[in-house]
Design a protein around this ligand. Structure first.
Ligand SMILES: [Zn+2]
Length: 460
């Protein structure tokens, strides 16, 4: 138990009741049959526009269309992305969906329906928001936490960012469709769920020793915290067999991901569910990471990011007496920093935005002094609480292995050294304080990375 943990963990129903954007969520067997009534009850529109990809249309779209036709709900059109190459959350797709919806002249209230995984949902979520409409989400795999979340993770100008947009007004998830999803999607969802371990550690760290100095630089919102953290290990254990086709495990995984999504909806940001481990995956998303020509899923990148971040934490807190000592020498100046970031993202379309972000979060010497004091003064509490939240690396690896997640960087198309070196670029990416920022501000990043490289244990 952490200081923030409360005895009562909110259920999915509690989270739904507290949600300010999502009004209804159907997760029962045969629930598609209730969609026509749901549309009539909640939405202003009289017709729908279905957005899917070839796989998800086959898995759910066809059956749903029959139900809509049978109920007399007009299907005004369909937008189906090809199954291959695998769909990316590129902003250009949002423009395309928006244009299709706008072209339904005189039918402004047509309801967009996202039938698919995280990418289809994120694209429709943002497109609907840009048109000022609400949409219906029909998830087809327990693969991400974004279905119930506020915001969409979109690649814009080559830079992966969370774009603001409300969560769906309603969701309808058929457990049988989720259970039939390919194993790699369920293991991806498991990786995305396991990442919340690191997100929790980063929030504790930030609360105690964030850039404004102690105390409470970015205080933990305990209501939101309790949606994600206290029940996490139990959910991970219950959902570990999801990728093996165990339908109870898939249902538990979907429920856990939906709850963590609701925590983002409540917080209006990704802090409760995404930390340094997601920054690794954001870099690999910018790099279009693929294995044998197939893009690596979000959750599989996050699995390796979670292992890398766990290793990073263990090295940072290895010594009960204090963090590693910083090497002597001056910190890079802002202009040196700008050059370093610019060169690290040479050739990347998102380079200018990363440079801007890295400079925005560059803290002055006085702030570094405050951060150092906060870490030194609170080291024992910080270490105890982070290590209590962090699953030991070997146990984490064993659990991810049982869930069929990738365990070595090579499984996602990276060498071990490339994966470790990613920490440098990951730290440059987002202005959301985490262990990578803290260690960089204290001049410890290179020491930690060289210890990780030399280790016989981490990322092997
Ligand atoms: Zn994620």
């Amino acid at each position: 138990m952490d200081n923030y943990d409360k005895a009562a963990i909110p259920s999915l129903a509690d989270c739904l009741k507290a949600a300010d954007e999502t009004r209804e969520m159907l997760v029962d067997r045969g629930c598609y049959a209730q969609i026509p009534a749901l549309l009539t009850r909640l939405y202003r529109g009289t017709g729908v526009y279905l957005i899917s990809d070839e796989n998800t249309r086959e898995a759910a779209g066809g059956g749903l269309k029959k139900i809509l036709d049978g109920a007399g709900i007009p299907v005004r059109g369909e937008f189906c992305f090809p199954a291959n190459p695998r769909l990316h959350a590129e902003y250009a797709h949002i423009t395309a969906i928006r244009e299709k919806l706008s072209a339904l002249s005189g039918l402004d209230e047509t309801v967009p329906v996202a039938i698919g995984g995280g990418t289809v949902n994120d694209l429709v979520k943002r497109a609907a928001s840009e048109l000022g409409r609400t949409y219906l989400c029909v998830p087809t795999a327990a693969s991400v936490d974004g279905y119930t979340a506020y915001g969409a993770a979109i690649l814009y100008d080559g830079y992966k960012q969370t774009m603001s947009c409300p969560a769906p007004l309603a969701l309808a998830a058929e457990p049988e469709v989720l259970a039939r999803a390919p194993a790699y999607l369920s293991s991806s969802g498991f990786g995305d769920l396991a990442s919340k371990i690191i997100a929790g550690c980063d929030w504790i760290l930030c609360d105690i020793a964030g850039p404004a100095g102690a105390p409470a630089a970015e205080p933990v919102d305990t209501t939101v915290w309790n949606m994600t953290q206290p029940g996490l290990l139990d959910y991970l254990e219950r959902s570990v067999n999801a990728a093996r086709g165990d339908s109870d495990a898939v249902a538990a995984l979907f429920e856990a991901l939906a709850i963590t999504g609701f925590s983002m909806q409540a917080f209006k940001g990704s802090r409760p569910v995404s930390g340094s481990e997601h920054l690794f995956s954001h870099v690999w998303e910018m790099d279009d990471l693929s294995l044998d020509g197939v893009p690596v899923t979000h959750g599989h990148k996050v699995s390796i990011g979670t292992l890398a971040a766990a290793a990073y934490y263990e090295i940072f807190f290895a010594d009960p007496a204090g963090p590693p000592s910083p090497p002597s020498g001056d910190r890079p100046s802002p202009s040196q920093r700008m050059l370093a970031v610019s060169s690290a993202f040479e050739g990347s379309r998102g380079r200018d935005l990363v440079v801007k972000t890295a400079l925005e979060k560059y803290v002055d010497d006085a702030a570094v002094k405050r951060i150092r004091e906060a870490v030194t003064d609170n080291y024992k509490e910080l270490r105890d609480r982070v290590l209590a939240r962090l699953m030991p690396y070997e146990k984490l690896k064993e659990m991810l292995g049982r869930a069929l997640c990738p365990l070595q960087p090579e499984s996602i198309g990276l060498s071990r050294s490339q994966a470790i070196a990613t920490a440098r670029r990951a730290q440059m990416m987002r202005n959301k304080y985490c262990i990578l920022d803290l260690s960089w501000d204290l001049g410890l990043m290179e020491t930690i990375l060289s210890r990780m490289e030399d280790s016989e244990q981490y990322l092997r």
